[in-house]
Design a protein around this ligand. Structure first.
Ligand code: PLP
Length: 401
């Protein structure tokens, strides 16, 4: 049995989600067709929408289904930009935090490179937190902000942002706020009615991959990115994946139903993991905010091991049957230090020495025990490999190479 400590990358499918998905896979019908089969698919789609809306405390028409979190983020960032600049072309500033997931970071960069957006990157402190006062100051500077984007909780270090204060500043300035809640929903309380748009994803909370939603307020000035059949309020054309959406809705209901108990259980396991890791490696540095669910995601542990390469540790633990990550799964394999850790002021060498260990609904004490059993040998080998690399670099430098 492998120990799976990478719930931030993806979570095992919940039984209720699998049942809803498989049940709907057996049915034929396009939700836009007028005949009986089409109406049956439409009913399933709308029931899923109503269920998610009810769980999130928003209106069903505010739930726009997408093919995952990345698409929801792109729709929000580019859709709000085009919606806002169409109304007033002088709104050119975009405020976004430096620690966003690439699903927000890259569309914001793209707007800067191709659409003339003036991007203001919001700094974070050593724990990865945005200062709401900086958001308010930037908004007060001039009435030219097209949108603000700050994530609810970070996918690498688990830091939770002060979204309520940021949403209040945006509401005061009447500027739309996009919040990426992909990691937050199902792990901590999320008030989906606070921002203008909110991105969520199925596979991060026990649902299927390739499905998500953008919760968009009725008055959100959203321009569509896809044009076609006009599905999903005309902002997301394309035949909706009804089976995946049914599985997604079942997962959302499940994870919001048992959130407080599960979050407490997962946080206790995470604390046991951290206590064990810091005992085995007293020089380890724990990154991100510490504290309860308003500070850090309950399932997130993020640790730097001085003298070790994170990638080497990952491979050694992998060989020992333990799945961990060095950061965001989408950038794994890219040997650059994480932009999140650099934004937090962590130096590049320490940033490259980091592991992200994330727990979730299927995690058990055995997963933590497996990690703690495999870690000493992995640390030993990774440190020795690190020393060899340092000596080689030193020799090259002394040779004048
Ligand atoms: N936003 C955050 C914070 C994430 O962690 C991820 C996935 O890693 C995404 C967006 C992208 O979601 P998806 O994998 O559904 O496209």
């Amino acid at each position: 049995m492998r120990a799976y400590l990478d719930h931030a990358a993806t979570t095992p499918l919940l039984d209720c989600a699998r049942e809803a998905l498989v049940d709907a896979l057996g049915a034929t019908g396009n939700a836009s067709s007028l005949h009986w089969s089409g109406r049956a698919a439409r009913r399933r789609l709308e029931e899923a929408r109503e269920s998610i809306a009810e769980q999130l405390g928003v209106a069903p028409s505010e739930v726009v289904f997408t093919a995952g979190g990345t698409e929801a983020d792109n729709l929000a960032v580019k859709g709000l930009w085009w919606g806002r600049t169409a109304a007033r072309p002088d709104r050119r500033r975009v405020l976004a935090s430096r620690v966003e997931h690439h699903a927000v970071l890259d569309p914001v960069h793209w707007l800067g490179a191709h659409e003339g957006a003036e991007v203001v990157w919001l700094d974070v402190d050593r724990l990865g937190r945005v200062d709401p006062a900086q958001v308010a100051d930037e908004l007060a500077r001039a009435d030219d902000v097209a949108l603000v984007a700050v994530m609810w909780a970070n996918n690498e270090v688990g830091t939770v942002q002060p979204i309520e204060a940021i949403a209040a500043a945006c509401a005061h300035a009447d500027v739309p706020l996009h919040v990426d809640a992909v990691q937050a929903l199902g792990s901590i309380p999320v008030d989906a009615a606070l921002p203008t748009t909110l991105a969520i994803s199925g596979h991060k909370l026990g649902g299927p991959m390739g499905v998500g939603a953008l919760v968009a307020r009725r008055n959100a000035p959203l321009a569509p990115l896809t044009h076609g059949g006009g599905q999903e309020r005309q902002v997301r054309s394309g035949t909706p994946d009804v089976p995946a959406i049914a599985g997604f809705a079942a997962a959302v209901a499940h994870v919001l139903g048992d959130l407080p108990e599960r979050a407490a259980r997962v946080a206790a396991l995470r604390d046991t993991l951290l206590a064990g890791v810091t005992t085995l490696a007293p020089d380890a540095v724990v990154n991100g905010a510490q504290g309860g669910p308003d500070a850090r995601l309950p399932g997130n542990a993020h640790v730097s091991f001085p003298g070790c390469e994170g990638d080497a540790l990952l491979m050694l633990l992998d060989a020992a049957g333990v799945d961990v990550s060095t950061g965001s799964a989408c950038t794994a394999g890219v040997p650059e230090p994480s932009h999140v850790l650099l934004a937090m002021g962590i130096d590049a060498v320490l940033a490259r020495s980091s592991l992200r260990l994330t727990l979730g609904h299927s995690s058990a004490a055995a997963d933590v025990e497996a990690l703690l059993a495999a870690l000493p040998a992995a640390l030993d080998r990774a440190r020795r490999a690190g020393q060899v690399r340092i000596s080689a670099r030193l020799a090259t430098a002394l040779d004048g190479g």
